[in-house]
Design a protein around this ligand. Sequence first.
Ligand SMILES: [Zn+2]
Length: 91
Amino acid sequence: MAFAGFPFGPRGQQRLAQDRCGRPLGRPIAFVGSVEEVGRNAFHLPPLHVECAQELVGEATQVVTTAGFEFVRPAKEDLDRRPTFQPNSLL
Ligand SMILES: [Zn+2]
């Protein structure tokens, strides 16, 4: 899936990935996650700018940077039914 767009929202419309600061995302893309999320390479928080990720990161979380990611919907058998963002070219 293209790094800058992913299906989002109830109608699955394409929307440009934006983080909470509202600026469009470029490369590298940063994700903030727990040790478990980093270990699984599957994040629940949306993609962020590196600067925004560094503002958000805390003692229990880490920042991972990537040039791209996949938006992955949970499979029927998954216990965790939230979609995840999976970096696919870690930097
Ligand atoms: Zn930002």
